[in-house]
Design a protein around this ligand. Structure first.
Ligand SMILES: Cc1cc2nc3c(=O)[nH]c(=O)nc-3n(C[C@H](O)[C@H](O)[C@H](O)COP(=O)(O)O)c2cc1C
Length: 343
């Protein structure tokens, strides 16, 4: 619901997170195996984030180590943590992120049991063995082969590979071997232990239930990322944006609230902030950019989001993101009976 005749000259999308300014309320979300999209994609995304003045989150299953990203990309860096059956992995990731000066640790808790990713599985005929169709698909992309495969072979899971059995160390094993290595045992005691060892900002990613947010706050977490992992885990899950208003109302003054899932437009960012998020995370939007155009592509994707958000702010009659409030939103109409939910 736009308000009209507001002078929005000089509007801006700046805000702050953990007491430091960010150029727009966006953080790049952690994604694993980025190196399969283009060589050194983790570095390219981190550099694009630094250039845009926003934080970048490095995945535990990245193809670059935290210290390499800190040294070669810089910027505000957050480290995502997956908990595998071997507890030495988490300890090592936390130690490396700490030594490299990472600002925040993002503990992803919705991958205790790995999602049944049928679209991934279709690419394989057996553990680690691509189908003929997938092999032909690779052969049809010589530029990708020259960029990714020829220089160093398939990207490795550099943070975790040394702890994995040999057959689970390269990206090819990502779908067929690694799911079984995730720890279904993780619980709130692990959060308490992490809180004791990690002294900087601690966020839990994959929280949706307000009772869980309450628990995270009581254990001393600094923030939560409301997320259903982009539908890649529990695919019939509630959407994070649906639980955002209630959680933001109850905890917005105690915790930093981020939300992700389907943020593809500047207007999506505006809606999330209006519903109470301090910022959003974006994963696929910048992955498409880096896959298509490397670091410049990732910057371009962020530039599109920034210019859309700027335009939406102006058209809504807002001079800053602080003016994005629930008063600007109207509930959608319920889907009329008989109309397919796909409409
Ligand atoms: C290819 C891919 C890899 C991902 N890897 C991770 C990961 O390593 N750790 C994590 O916490 N989330 C991971 N996610 C989930 C994202 O961080 C994010 O929660 C989800 O994609 C929703 O955001 P989006 O709609 O902007 O993509 C991954 C998502 C994608 C698409």
């Amino acid at each position: 619901m736009p308000r009209t005749l507001v002078n929005t000259e000089g509007r801006h999308a700046r805000t702050s997170i953990f007491g430091r300014e960010i150029a727009l309320p966006v953080v790049i979300a952690p994604t694993g195996v980025n190196g399969m999209l283009t060589r050194d994609a983790d570095l390219k995304l981190a550099r694009a984030a630094a250039r845009a003045g926003i934080p970048f989150t490095l995945s535990t299953v990245s193809n670059a180590r935290p210290d390499t990203v800190a040294r070669e990309a810089g910027g505000r860096l957050w480290m995502q943590l997956y908990w595998f059956r071997d507890p030495a992995i988490a300890a090592d990731v936390v130690r490396r992120a700490d030594a490299a000066g990472y600002e925040a640790l993002v503990f992803t808790t919705d991958a205790n049991v790995f999602g049944h990713r049928e679209w991934d599985k279709r690419s394989y005929r057996g553990p680690g063995q691509l189908t003929l169709r997938s092999v032909l698909d690779v052969a049809r992309h010589p530029r990708w082969i020259a960029d990714v495969m020829l220089p160093r072979g398939l990207p490795r899971f550099v943070n975790v590979a040394d702890f994995f059995p040999p057959e689970a160390r390269s990206a090819r094993a990502g779908v067929t071997r690694i799911p079984a290595l995730f720890a279904p045992t993780i619980d709130w005691d692990d959060v308490a232990r992490l809180r004791d060892t990690w002294k900087r900002k601690l966020l839990i990613k994959g929280v949706l239930d307000p009772a869980d947010v309450e628990r995270a706050a009581r254990l001393g977490c600094d923030g939560v990322v409301l997320s259903n992992h982009g539908g890649r885990q529990l695919d019939a899950c509630v959407a994070a944006i649906e639980v955002l208003p209630e959680i933001a109302r109850a905890f917005g003054d105690r915790l930093t609230i981020l939300v992700d899932g389907g943020i593809r437009r500047g207007s999506d960012i505006a809606k999330a902030v209006a519903l109470g998020a301090h910022a959003v995370m974006v994963a696929r939007a910048t992955l498409y950019g880096v896959a298509a155009g490397g670091e410049d592509g990732a910057s371009h994707a962020l530039g599109i989001l920034a210019s859309e958000l700027d335009r939406v702010l102006g058209q809504l009659g807002c001079r800053s993101v602080a003016e994005l409030t629930p008063a600007l939103l109207r509930e959608g109409q319920p889907t009329p009976a008989g109309v397919s939910a796909r409409v």
